[in-house]
Write a protein that binds this ligand. Sequence first.
Ligand code: KG4
Length: 341
Amino acid sequence: MHILAIESSCDDTAAAVLSGPDQVLANIISSQFDVHAPFGGIVPELASRAHIQAIWPVVDQALAEAKLTLADIDLIAATQGPGLVGSLLVGFTFAKGLAMVRDIPCVGVDHMAGHLLSPLLAENPPAFPYTALVVSGGNTSLFAVDDETTFVRIGRTRDDAAGEAFDKVAKLLGLGYPGGPAVSRKASQGDPEAFAFPRAWLEKGKKEQLTKNLDFSFSGLKTSVVNTVNQFRQKNMMVPVADICASFEAAVVDVLTRKTVLAADKNGHKRVVMGGGVACNQRLRREMARLCKEHGMELYIPEPIFCTDNAAMIGLAGLYQYKAGNTVGPDADAYSRSPLY
Ligand code: KG4
């Protein structure tokens, strides 16, 4: 079975062709980096327009790379939500239109399901069940994944997503957009213990220790970074950018890693999975690997191209949705919030 998958939930237009769950024939991503960089963040209206311009060329390129034509495609899968509705509508409507013209089934895929299953695209995929951390610019959530279509959310951020916090700190320090990689590069030259930025363990009276709570919060940390930077600026002192980045990154990684391992422990899982753009962060990968090993757990992280937004993971999740009998008709709508929440 040949699957054409489309992803347009945020600022990347992506198309992939799969010939089965572990056979990615093409995986094309067109980034809108240049469109949004001057604004220091994503402008939704510009994102929708850029998707409209990119969608046909990206699909054409994916089919060409897979050495197939539309006539060879048996199933179309597209991200239905969550995300920016104007962006989602471009890919999802395009997918429904193609499916209608070709008279083949179409599935609407939850973006989170894609991230949760993306480690299955690797050569050495994890067995079920596992605990998954999805950590990106829009999400920071923990899930128990029982099988290809059963996901239970067990923790989420109460305010900013971790990637959003990275992006905001980068903007504050004038490091550009997207902020995560820029902060991370600076962090590698700094001292992670230079500033004792707060870790939100989220339990009353137990500020300094890991608790049973599996939710996240990054707004207090962000405010603490803002206050620290302002103190230097008010005194006309040079801001120690590398040390601030390193200490901020260490605080984020500390909370993400410890809560993820705690969640796996609670679930009785010996396998941990991580996905989303922030999963590209080297310190996070290193520390998560160390902590998992310490707790006798196996860690599975997809290669970076499958961590960030991509259509291959949507094709994979779409194939399982199709097998479960979940197809969509022409009147199905995109959604901004995930029903998995
Ligand atoms: O999953 P993704 O590509 O897109 C969505 O959020 O939907 O994730 C993008 C996010 C951005 O916030 C970006 O700053 C962050 O992932 N990111 C990183 C790194 N690479 C990307 N954050 C920290 N360290 C990185 N190396």
